[in-house]
Write a protein that binds this ligand. Structure first.
Ligand code: NAP
Length: 251
């Protein structure tokens, strides 16, 4: 299937993990993709690993830096000439511990990257043509932490709850030209979540009915679906991807 033939996508935070898997999926289905991340060397290696030099572009920078965003969207205008798909994947969680003990500067950093930058990428993507083609799509990578209490990563959960609400609000504002959806994964085996499963992977896996941790492809498949015309009448939704964790009976 080449559902994204002729389309152009931007995926933030895509040098590894879930973002790289989304980029792989989009490239394999025909899209031209611009990937971003902070570490330029790792980003370049990721771009090469995608194995389609004509279809992959990369720009290093921080997702919450307006100059970086402008550089990405200028490249889209100059070299690709259209924009169809945006994945707000870059996210941070620099704090572990109770919400009431979190430093206020850290709170602002988490909100800047996880929420404000998703708003700004969406706004600027629309200004650069996301709504102009035959139907644009945005997918925000939220988290199950935005839907449940999440001891130890509570404020990260607050930021993802805000991202889920932003998804709903933008879906309404941007309809009918652009669909906006989100996914809410539980623990996916990436560098980002290592502290949540290192040394106790079996125990974490056992908390999910599907009895394993998530993989980046468990997320990139549903994201590709939401970006594609197969999801053409779906907007404002958040798909939970959690190995069934949220349907577990209360014990
Ligand atoms: P990951 O494997 O650590 O990859 C994160 C990617 O984002 C890397 O390419 C990283 O490269 C880039 N990045 C990080 N901070 C950035 C920033 N400020 N600006 C631009 N790029 C940035 O993480 P992941 O697990 O794939 O997480 C991706 C998204 O999924 C995040 O939004 C996370 O909240 C969400 N999520 C993850 C899980 C999980 O269990 N893994 C569960 C639910 C939701 P650089 O470090 O070079 O910038």
């Amino acid at each position: 299937m080449r559902r994204f033939e002729g389309q152009v996508a931007v995926v933030t935070g895509a040098s590894r993990g879930i973002g790289l898997s989304i980029a792989e999926r989009l490239v394999s289905e025909g899209a031209q993709v611009v990937i971003t991340a902070r570490d330029e060397g790792a980003l370049r290696e990721a771009a090469v690993s995608l194995g389609a030099p004509e279809a992959v572009h990369h720009v290093a920078g921080r997702a919450d830096d307006p100059e970086h965003r402008a550089a990405v969207l200028d490249l889209v205008d100059r070299e690709l000439g259209r924009l169809d798909l945006l994945v707000n994947n870059a996210g941070v969680n620099p704090a572990y511990g109770p919400a009431l003990e979190i430093d206020s500067a850290v709170v602002r950093k988490i909100l800047d990257v996880n929420v404000v930058s998703a708003l700004e990428w969406s706004r600027d993507a629309v200004a650069h043509g996301l709504a102009d083609g035959d139907g644009g799509a945005i997918v925000n990578i939220a988290s199950i932490a935005g839907l449940t209490a999440s001891p130890g990563i509570a404020f990260y959960g607050v930021s993802k709850a805000a991202l889920i609400s932003l998804t709903t609000q933008l879906a309404f504002e941007l309809a009918p030209r652009v669909r906006v959806n989100a996914v809410a994964p539980a623990v996916v085996k990436t560098d980002f979540a290592r502290a949540l499963y290192a040394g106790r992977e079996e125990q974490v896996a056992a908390s999910y009915p599907l009895a394993r941790l998530g993989t980046p492809t468990d997320v990139s498949g549903p994201v590709a679906f939401l970006l594609s015309r197969d999801a053409g009448w779906i907007t404002g939704q958040t798909i939970v991807i959690d190995g069934g964790g949220s349907i577990s009976p209360v014990s």
